[in-house]
Design a protein. Structure first.
Length: 508
C-alpha cells in the first residue's frame, strides 16, 4: 500500500483522490507520504502491542501456528470461536493483526518457498540490441452504465525504455499483432535486433523444450524483417520484467479513471500520454528520460523499410457452434438458421456501443444483438428457430384442411399439450390416415376422440379405421391436391394395432 500511495502521488493525485482510490484515511496517507522506503520498512518491522482483549489467547494461537503454520487468520478466528464461547467481540482485522504479530515474533512463516528464485541486477543491454513485447486488457467506463473492454499491445526498447502502445476493441490475432509491430517500428524509426515474447498462441503453435513452431503469419513476418524472436519459458513473466512494468504503468497511470469514447480517440490520447509522460518523464530505474535516450538508441536500430499494412480482416473471428450460436462474454447469441456449415465455420464480430454486429465471411451483416450484462443467457432473435418449426406449421395447416371440424384446432392443441415432443410425428400419422377417409368418418372420429379424451395419434387412427368399417358404403372420400403431398410427410409411419373391442365399446 505504501508503494501504491507513492505511485498515485507521482501520477498527480491529491490526498482526497488517493483516499477514494485506496480507502485509507487522510492521516495514514500523509504518514505514508512522509516515509522513505527504508523508513517504511523499519516502521512495519517494529513489534506492535498486542490487543489486550486477545492477550489470554496468545498461547493457544501460538501452538496452532507452530503445528499448522499454513492456517490463515480467518481459520484461527474460527478455531477461537469454536473453543472459547467467551471470546470478546472484535473485528476480524484485529485478529488478523494479532496472528500476524505472533508470526513475526516467533518467525512462523505461513508458506515456505522451497525453490525460491535467486535474483540479480542485470547490466543494461546495448543500444538497439533488444526490445520486449506484451499484451494487456482493461475495462473502461463509457458515458452509460456499459463498460467497454479494450485490448492493447506494448513494445518497449530495453535500453532507452522508449514505449509504444496500440489499442483495439477485440483480442489480438496474428495479423493484428503483426500490424501493431509495424506501427511500433515506424514509431521508433527502426527495428531492434532481438525481441522477447511470451509463449502466446498469437505467435507460436507448439513448443517442445525450447523448440517453437511459429504460426505461419508470424514466421513470414520474422523472415521478412531483420529481427530474432526470443520466447520466454512458460509461466515465467519475470524474464521480461521491463515490459511487465510497462503494462502495470499503462493500467494504473493512463487507463485508470479514463472515460472510453472510441478506439481512435483512445489511441490518440495514448500517444499524447506517451509524449507527455510515458516517454517524457524521468524513468524511475534509469534516472533518464526515455525520449532523450531514444534519440541515441535510434542510431543503433536497424533500418525499417516496411510500411504498416492494415489487415484485411480487422474484426475478430468467432467459431459458430452447431446450434447456430456464438459465445461472447459468457453468453450465447443466436444466428440465422443454416449459418453453421460444418466444423470451422466462422463469423466476424464488431462491437459498437452496447450493440454487436455479426458478419459473414463475405462481410454481410447476419444479425444485430443488444449485448447482455448478465452471464449464461441465450440472446435469441425472433425467427432464429430451427427450420423444423416451419414444417410443423405446414403439417398443421394440411391436417386442419382435412379435418374440417369446428373443434379441429381445439383437438390439435390438446394433442400437442399431451405429448409436445411427439406433436409433429402425431400430425404426420393423422394426416396419413385422413387422406382416404370420408368426411362423415372424420367428423365422427373427431367427436369420439374429444368426448373420450383420446389424445393419441395411433388411437385416433384406430377409431377412424373402425368408422370406415362401420360405414363401408360411404364413397365420399377426399381427393388430395398435389401440393398436399409434402415430401417430409412421405415417411413410413404405420399406426400401431390395438384391440378393436376397446373402440367398439366406446361406440356402444
Amino acid at each position: 500500500m505504501w508503494y501504491k500511495v507513492k505511485e498515485l502521488f507521482e501520477s498527480g493525485l491529491n490526498i482526497s483522490q488517493i483516499r477514494i482510490e485506496t480507502g485509507l484515511d487522510h492521516g495514514t496517507i500523509r504518514k505514508y507520504r512522509s516515509l522513505s522506503e527504508k523508513g517504511f520498512h523499519d516502521w512495519i518491522s517494529r513489534p506492535r502491542n498486542l490487543p489486550k482483549k486477545l492477550g489470554i489467547y496468545y498461547s493457544f494461537v501460538k501452538e496452532h501456528l507452530e503445528l499448522q503454520p499454513y492456517l490463515s487468520s480467518a481459520q484461527i478466528e474460527d478455531r477461537l470461536m469454536e473453543h472459547f464461547t467467551d471470546l470478546p467481540e472484535v473485528h476480524s482485522k484485529t485478529i488478523y493483526n494479532f496472528v500476524k504479530n505472533i508470526r513475526l515474533e516467533h518467525g512462523l512463516v505461513k508458506y515456505k518457498d522451497k525453490d525460491a528464485r535467486d535474483y540479480e541486477k542485470l547490466p543494461e543491454t546495448p543500444y538497439g540490441e533488444q526490445a520486449q513485447v506484451d499484451f494487456g486488457q482493461a475495462f473502461l467506463q463509457t458515458d452509460t452504465t456499459y463498460q467497454m473492454k479494450v485490448y492493447f499491445f506494448e513494445l518497449v526498447l530495453s535500453r532507452s525504455r522508449q514505449k509504444f502502445i496500440y489499442f483495439q476493441s477485440h483480442a489480438f490475432t496474428t495479423a493484428t499483432a503483426i500490424y501493431a509491430h509495424e506501427l511500433a517500428f515506424e514509431y521508433f524509426q527502426g527495428i531492434p535486433k532481438k525481441i522477447v515474447y511470451d509463449q502466446g498462441r498469437v505467435f507460436i503453435q507448439e513448443e517442445n523444450l525450447g523448440d517453437v513452431l511459429l504460426t505461419d503469419g508470424f514466421r513470414s513476418f520474422c523472415d521478412s524483417n531483420p529481427l530474432e524472436p526470443i520466447f520466454c519459458r512458460k509461466a515465467d513473466p519475470e524474464s521480461k520484467g521491463k515490459i511487465e512494468n510497462v503494462v502495470k504503468y499503462v493500467k494504473h497511470n493512463f487507463l485508470r479513471g479514463r472515460l472510453y469514447k472510441s478506439i481512435p480517440v483512445l489511441q490518440k490520447e495514448a500517444m499524447e500520454w506517451l509524449k507527455r509522460r510515458g516517454n517524457g518523464k524521468v524513468h524511475g530505474s534509469t534516472g533518464k528520460i526515455p525520449h532523450q535516450e531514444w534519440v541515441i538508441e535510434q542510431k543503433h536500430l536497424q533500418q525499417n523499410s516496411t510500411i504498416p499494412a492494415l489487415p484485411k480482416a480487422m474484426l475478430p473471428e468467432y467459431f459458430v457452434r452447431k446450434d447456430n450460436c456464438i459465445t461472447y462474454r459468457g453468453n450465447y447469441y443466436s444466428l440465422p438458421p443454416g449459418t453453421y456449415n460444418g466444423q470451422g465455420t466462422k463469423v466476424f464480430l464488431e462491437v459498437k456501443g452496447s450493440h454487436m454486429y455479426i458478419y459473414s465471411i463475405t462481410n454481410q451483416v447476419l444479425v444485430q444483438h443488444l449485448i447482455s450484462q448478465q452471464k449464461g443467457c441465450l440472446i435469441r432473435m425472433e425467427g432464429h428457430t430451427r427450420a423444423n418449426s416451419v414444417k410443423v406449421e405446414q403439417t398443421t395447416s394440411l391436417v386442419l384442411e382435412l379435418l374440417k371440424h369446428k373443434n379441429a384446432e381445439l383437438y390439435l392443441s390438446l394433442l400437442k399439450q399431451d405429448r409436445p415432443r411427439y406433436y409433429h410425428d402425431s400430425l404426420k400419422i393423422i394426416y396419413k390416415c385422413l387422406r382416404d377417409a370420408s368426411n362423415q368418418a372424420i367428423l365422427q372420429t373427431l367427436d369420439i376422440c374429444l368426448e373420450n379424451k383420446i389424445y393419441n395419434a395411433y388411437e385416433f387412427a384406430q377409431v377412424l379405421t373402425l368408422q370406415k368399417k362401420l360405414d363401408p358404403d360411404d364413397h365420399g372420400h377426399l381427393k388430395m391436391s398435389p401440393r398436399m403431398d409434402a415430401p417430409y410427410l412421405q415417411q413410413d409411419l404405420e399406426p400401431q394395432t390395438s384391440n378393436i373391442n376397446y373402440y367398439e365399446s366406446i361406440l356402444k
